[in-house]
Design a protein. Sequence first.
Length: 129
Amino acid sequence: MKFKAYFMVLFCLLFVSCVTVQPINKPSWIHNSSVSGKVAGIGVCGMHVNGVNAQRSLAIKRAIDEIALQLGVKVNNVALVGTKSGAGGGSSVESYSFQTVEGQVVKAVIKETWKDPKSEEIYVWMVTE
């Protein structure tokens, strides 16, 4: 009886040690956001109480704030998001952000977004134009 118990414990330990966790391949821009010398920012937001749209909007605002910090300006966040519907039922999302700070215009565009399948965080990569 003890032999069966030891065998079961050993089997369970071997089984658990053989299970591999698939690594999550994050996009390269998360670690290297700059593009051709342009100022770029990454905004990240975890799950939001008001849903995915609010989560994405907050990630955009955080990316804009990061760009503003790099440029040395304070920004009141304004993000414009529009959806275009194409023939055949396809659609695309275009997002732009415009800020005016003490006469200086800061203009950034979303280059890419990514949602971490494990943590469900949304990452937004924005680059100045």
